[in-house]
Design a binder for this molecule. Structure first.
Ligand code: ADP
Ligand code: TRP
Length: 324
């Protein structure tokens, strides 16, 4: 079973990325043939500064390696080390109706906000479909916001296969466990809302962020509702089920201040991420080793992509001179 997922290098990694995506990705490496890549071509739709893109690309690599991605088990690479994905994007564009892309939430949301939309943003689902189909991926673990893109990928695979011949495999989405991780202000944690708690932050500023998580004004003595509390939502991700059951009782019984629960979150963060910060810094000091990992992953991924691309070209009658 081939599992594939990508993450855009478009900001510092945060708890939403980890519990919403990376954690599952890393767990899956134990059982499956996983391909994970850093979607740097996708980031160009929003990050248009070369130094910044290089830095963010490196940061995603460091983040995955520090959190336990094992490059011996996973094919881990940069999207741009497989330039065939951009070629396949074009082939898919020619069998896909414009209406399909116009229905994409990611595009419609930007238009609704009055943002100017470049063609890259409009074509984003085509490039994503190409990422998935070029490795004949079976399962794509993603957050809820990406499911529509996978459904569009299924459609595009169908259009191509019907127009020409059965080249592509139909992928299925696999929803990550934590559907939405709340940020400090209670909205979805997202780099675009400035409400993130990052993965490798320094202890002091991180503590400050946890203590600033928005809660309601129920007095300490009164019972509290864990189901609507942002602090509890994070405890759910970070504490063991036994500990969570205790917090649930303490919330409902009253006599507990939100500050206690926040302090516990800080401790849990330290247990979970302190050692990882060291691993992050360790990889950061070995840029050549990081490059070796990505290069080896890229070569492996590209070999698969080239075969599928050959089939795709053949199917639609595109001939190329074999220039080595
Ligand atoms: P951001 O919202 O910060 O821009 P991305 O869109 O780059 O994050 O998300 C990268 C991955 O992390 C996606 O798979 C996405 O579903 C997941 N993710 C991001 N934020 C959250 C969140 N708050 N809760 C759950 N998953 C999230
Ligand atoms: N669009 C995805 C996101 O923002 C990133 C991505 C690009 C991706 N290509 C992909 C995810 C292919 C899964 C499969 O999170």
């Amino acid at each position: 079973m081939r599992i594939l997922s990508g993450i855009q290098p478009s900001g510092l990694l945060h708890l939403g990325n980890y519990y919403g995506a990376m954690k599952q990705h890393i767990e899956l490496q134990e059982e499956h043939d996983c391909f994970y890549f850093i979607a740097n071509y996708h980031s160009l739709t929003t990050i248009q500064n070369a130094d910044r893109l290089r830095e963010l690309t490196r940061d995603v690599a460091l983040g995955y390696l520090a959190m336990g991605l094992d490059p011996q088990k996973v094919t881990f690479f940069r999207q741009s080390d497989v330039p065939e994905v951009t070629e396949l994007t074009w082939l898919l564009a020619t069998v896909t109706g414009r209406g399909l892309l116009e229905r994409a939430h990611s595009f419609k949301d930007k238009v609704a906000k009055g943002l100017s939309v470049n063609m890259g943003l409009f074509a984003y689902p085509l490039l994503m479909a190409s990422d998935i189909l070029i490795y004949r991926s079976n399962l794509v673990p993603v957050g809820k916001d990406q499911v529509q893109h996978i459904e569009m990928t299924q459609d595009m695979a169908g259009y191509f296969n019907q127009t020409y011949s059965e080249v592509f495999v139909r992928p299925e989405p696999r929803l990550n466990e934590a559907a939405v991780v709340p940020g400090i202000d209670g909205q979805k944690m997202s780099k675009s809302y400035g409400n993130i708690i990052e993965l490798f932050g320094e202890p002091k500023p991180i503590k400050k962020k946890f203590m600033a998580i928005k809660t309601d004004s129920t007095p300490v003595e009164d019972p509290k509702d864990p189901d609507t509390c942002n602090v509890f939502a994070l405890l759910k991700l970070m504490a063991t089920p036994e500990e969570l059951a205790e917090w649930d009782q303490r919330y409902r019984a009253g006599g507990m201040g939100y500050g206690d629960a926040k302090k516990r979150l800080v401790e849990l963060y330290e247990v979970q991420f302190d050692a990882r910060r060291d691993a992050y810094n360790d990889w950061k000091n070995r840029p050549d080793d990081v490059e070796d990992v990505l290069r080896a992953g890229g070569q492996k991924a590209r070999a698969v992509a080239q075969e599928v691309m050959d089939d795709a070209r053949k199917a639609c009658g595109i001939t190329t001179a074999r220039i080595a």
